[in-house]
Write a protein that binds this ligand. Sequence first.
Ligand code: NAD
Length: 296
Amino acid sequence: MHKIAVVGAGQMGNGIAHVFAQQGYPVNLIDVKQEALDKALATIAKNLDRQIAKGSISEADKKQTLDNISLCTEMPSACSDRDLIVEAATENIELKLKIFTQLDSFAPAGCILATNTSSISITRIAAATHRPQHVIGMHFMNPVPVMKLVEVIRGYSTTDEVTATVVELSKAIGKIPVTVNDYPGFVANKILMPMINEAIYTLYEGTAGVEEIDTIMKLGMAHPMGPLRLADFIGLDTCLSILRVLHDGFGNPKYAPCPLLVNMVTAGKLGDKKGEGFYSYADPKNPVVSATFQKN
Ligand code: NAD
């Protein structure tokens, strides 16, 4: 049984720890903030309760899953005996390069270093290590316990063997892996983010309001969530980072982030995780259009 570490216990990290632990893998969940770890464990417990309520798992399964997770703030000891480390820290290139330099020195030889980055070059992250052949993208979708896809991204130097191991591990935790090559945004976000950016431009230009845009895309395109609601759910800071990677990587102005998105991130309106974005989440179960975007 592979031993797993997950670096970063935010909304993605807690889900990744959840799905590995539920399939019996021992998981060290690592964060720089103890409060992030405590919140992550509470979220995992709540999500397991939801699975119990649906009858898909038992109380004993919940206990076993939680017992498989160890919370850690010390990266060196938490990584020293691992076979796979999945990094899911904040979407910031400098931060990820620093983390991979550290992981390379703390993880045993042969350990696979995966990143859940939404868009940053796997090849660039790999180049920060002495083991680029063991570095790979393992892009889970949000919310991780629910979404089936794992976009597996081969960096320039990633070996077939490492890719095959990550594909098998993804299947072992009940996911459906799809392997792609390493270019900006990979596949999922190269297609999704221009749509979200276009929805923000549509609001910015006054063509329609938040609810109209989301309703049209939900009812007209059969999307489960409108693009503005989805942007809030992903995190507007994450959306902006991905658009910047696409813009820089392809040098094409079509990826330039909408100035409204830039303003909202600068103002700290990051979506669900900060209680406000295009919608207000004062009551998280009943989001309402943010006062900023309500019509007079
Ligand atoms: P988040 O802001 O919810 O969580 C990030 C966590 O990383 C925080 O708890 C923070 O304390 C921790 N962190 C920061 N520096 C660290 C360090 N040096 N060591 C350990 N932990 C550290 O972010 P998120 O939405 O979970 O995104 C994480 C990654 O997953 C990003 O690369 C993002 O692009 C990617 N991703 C996000 C989504 C999404 O829908 N949010 C989907 C797929 C992939």
